[in-house]
Design a protein around this ligand. Structure first.
Ligand SMILES: [Mg+2]
Length: 393
């Protein structure tokens, strides 16, 4: 063996050993809390309108093409849920009361809640108006158990806002997020490092963070229903089927998620994109997908409270060649009625055909950079495989 190959072997062994120790360290040293307000928009409305308490309500724009943003727990009993069309929701629950959103109020309440988080740590990463990760490994109050901090935060949120939140506690973001969902509403659930493996083993794959309905369906076709079964699949096979996300699923199945809690940077854009199972070239099919993408974008804008003026359309062709088209308007882009016509206008500038079909469509709304007036380069895209909607309020 030459000196160089010895060196490479040493480095490989060293990095492997290092990774193992890093994981153990993460597992026993880090304390992450995920806080998620319960049925947020709907709860705020019921708080401010006592006459709406105890009855099924949905926050969203009423009408033929309206979508439910958040459903109250009373409405959920009828099968009403977020991202559902208002028409379907009303069919399921004929006496459903659909009330328009008041994003300004939701934003104010969110600020109150964040002030409470910052009493404990500045390592706060918001996912949306009503959800955030907190790294409390070194917290201001010097409290040993993250569970105690979570309890205090829940209590303070209730006192300050008259609203309930659910909390999940664990050693990484993935598990903390699952934990907060586990005992909703008003829940507090801890996934201890020693219990993580057996907890994940029993977890249905659709509960995994980042596994949307489509991915879950593909997994089911592969005979994968639980974390235990997911663990049996090789990394190679997972990446063959799911691309980059395969590595994420592989790690999640083993309780590994080394992502840091990233302190809020000012968001530059909100976007979403979708890769199609089959490349598209028929105008009717492309328009339908554009419509779906607009609906998802509107939902994400609502959840993040984002205010932007530039709409960017991204198109990736069958051969992975990618183009973007942007336009900027004076109004803040928040509703479907504003965004859909603009999206169609951008799409009209894009050529495609049976010889040049489309593989991916994406849309984002961004702030306009004052210097250049162009934003398309800054647009950040949430990849399709991270289906955050599955974790909707
Ligand atoms: Mg929520």
């Amino acid at each position: 063996m030459g000196k160089n190959s010895e060196k490479i072997l040493f480095l490989q062994v060293f990095s492997r050993v290092f990774a193992i120790f890093a994981n153990i360290f993460q597992k026993y040293m880090r304390k992450i809390i995920h806080i998620d307000m319960d049925a947020y928009f709907a709860s705020v409305e019921q708080r401010d309108h006592p006459e709406w308490r105890g009855i099924p309500i949905a926050v969203g724009f009423d009408g033929e093409r309206g979508v439910v943003s958040t459903a109250s727990y009373e409405a959920r009993r009828y099968g009403v849920h977020s991202a559902q069309s208002v028409v379907v929701a009303k069919r399921l629950c004929p006496h459903l009361l659909v009330v328009p959103p008041r994003f300004k109020v939701y934003k104010q309440v969110s600020e109150q809640v964040h002030a409470i988080f910052h009493e404990y740590t500045d390592l706060v990463e918001p996912l949306s108006l009503d959800e955030a990760f907190l790294d409390v490994t070194n917290n201001r109050a010097g409290i040993e158990l993250a569970q105690d901090i979570a309890m205090e935060i829940k209590q303070k949120i209730r006192e300050a806002t008259s609203l309930t939140a659910s909390a999940g506690v664990s050693y990484n973001k993935f598990l903390a997020k699952i934990a907060s969902d586990y005992r909703k509403p008003d829940g507090l659930f801890v996934i201890h490092p020693d219990r993580a493996s057996s907890f994940i083993a029993k977890l249905p794959v659709e509960r995994f963070w980042g596994v949307g309905p489509k991915t879950a369906e593909r997994m089911h076709h592969m005979g994968i229903y639980t974390g235990e079964q997911l663990r049996q699949v090789s990394l190679q096979h997972l990446t063959e089927v799911f691309g980059k996300a395969g590595q994420v699923y592989y790690d999640f199945a083993r309780g590994i998620d080394n992502r840091e809690v990233i302190v809020e940077r000012e968001r530059k854009s909100v976007g979403c994109e979708q890769t199609f199972l089959e490349d598209l070239y028929k105008t009717s099919a492309v328009i339908i997908e554009l419509y779906h993408t607009v609906m998802e974008l509107v939902e994400r804008i609502a959840r993040s409270g984002f205010e932007g003026h530039t709409l960017t359309l991204k198109v990736k062709y069958f051969d992975f060649v990618q183009i973007t088209r942007s336009l900027t308007v004076a109004d803040t882009l928040t509703t479907k009625d504003q965004i859909l016509p603009l999206a169609k206008r951008l799409l009209a500038e894009v050529e495609y055909s049976a010889q040049r079909p489309i593989r991916l469509l994406g849309l984002s709304v961004s702030r306009t950079s004052a210097a250049t007036g162009s934003t398309s380069d800054e647009a950040t895209w949430e990849e399709g495989w991270l289906d955050f909607e599955d974790w909707a309020t």
